[in-house]
Design a protein around this ligand. Structure first.
Ligand code: SF4
Ligand code: MG
Length: 320
């Protein structure tokens, strides 16, 4: 498949400020050297514990954050350091769906008007055409035309997420970063929203960067899965391969914690020792070494390379 986006050693660091004078006291390495290719029409699942940098990586991919270092390409164009103005033509093509769409809706604004806003700003459509487009969007995400006049509080959690999806679709994007879009929903509603996302992907040829902390959710949705830990990529593989042949000790531990493991795989739960280190103080060497059951001396000193262990299967570990 064609490459849609490409990241080359992308880093996003934030200063940590402290004290009365707000002095810079250090930095959080939210994303620390990620290299990755996103293919047209694929769904890439991005999994890791909170604080592993997956949301920051998603926001950086959309250039909502400027990379501290590294290169970011969209459709072959280097957009790593484009100005806000130069980014405009790319903005429509890259959208985001959030965990809580309600948080970004104005409680006093009718849903139809909220959905119309991006059309006012970014298209030449007239009032009639915009209204018709919004009606079409509502229907596309499984809502009704008469929902146009309702206020956000009149919708259920699942319906609000449909509104979030409609808003992301409004400008015909090619890439959507989905940041835990179903994590706050009941399991039955989750399945409906995931199904909707899949059918929209097929219809519009969308590419999803699907962030989740749940390996169970991404399993049925994604083509490939990326495992992150403390801002770094640990493992990337086609979805079946990852669940059948996980290579990285961290992936193995995550998989061992899913209630329904793959048949034939050993079921013992791998309990990780220690807590997740602070992203402001990531361990030297392999960031996972403080909790890894297989850590060796070298792991404390040298960061493992990101290398291919099978076609399309990459991992960062000294012993693999
Ligand atoms: Fe564990 Fe070492 Fe591999 Fe890191 S590099 S995952 S510490 S064995
Ligand atoms: Mg698919």
């Amino acid at each position: 498949e064609k490459v849609l986006a490409k990241l080359e050693n992308v880093k996003k660091y934030y200063p940590v400020r402290r004290g009365l004078l707000n002095r810079v006291a250090g930095q959080v390495k939210a994303v620390d050297g990620v290299s990755l290719v996103l293919h047209n029409r694929e769904t890439l699942g991005v999994v890791g514990e909170s604080g592993c940098g997956k949301s920051t990586l998603g926001r950086t991919l959309l250039r909502l954050e400027k990379p501290t270092e590294g290169r970011l390409y969209f459709n072959g164009t280097d957009i790593s350091s484009l100005s806000a103005r130069a980014l405009q033509p790319f903005r429509n093509k890259m959208q985001m769906i959030f965990q809580d769409p309600f948080a970004s809706l104005n409680p006093r604004q009718r849903i139809g008007d909220a959905l119309e806003e991006p059309l006012v700003i970014h298209t030449q459509l007239n009032r009639e055409e915009r209204r018709e487009r919004v009606m079409g969007l509502l229907e596309e995400v499984g809502l009704r035309r008469d929902h146009y006049d309702r206020l956000p509080h009149e919708f259920s959690g699942g319906q609000r997420q449909r509104i979030g999806i409609a808003r992301a679709l409004a400008l015909n994007p090619s890439l959507i970063v989905c940041d835990e879009p179903v994590s706050a929903l009941d399991v039955s509603v989750q399945a409906q929203v995931l199904k909707l996302l899949q059918s929209l992907q097929e219809k519009h040829g969308l590419t999803y960067f699907f962030i989740s902390h749940d390996l169970g959710v991404v399993r049925h949705l994604c083509d490939r899965v990326l495992i992150m830990y403390l801002g770094q990529t640990m493992e990337l593989a086609p979805v079946k391969e990852l669940y059948k042949n996980p290579v990285h000790p961290y992936t193995e531990a995550l998989l061992s914690a899913i209630p329904r493991p793959v048949p034939g795989r050993k079921r013992e739960r791998i309990i990780l020792s220690g807590d997740l280190p602070s992203p402001a103080k990531p361990p030297k060497g392999c960031p996972f070494h403080t909790r890894c059951p297989e850590a060796m001396t070298v792991c404390k000193e040298i960061r493992p390379e990101w290398k291919e262990v099978a076609p399309g299967h990459q991992v960062a570990c000294h012993v693999r």
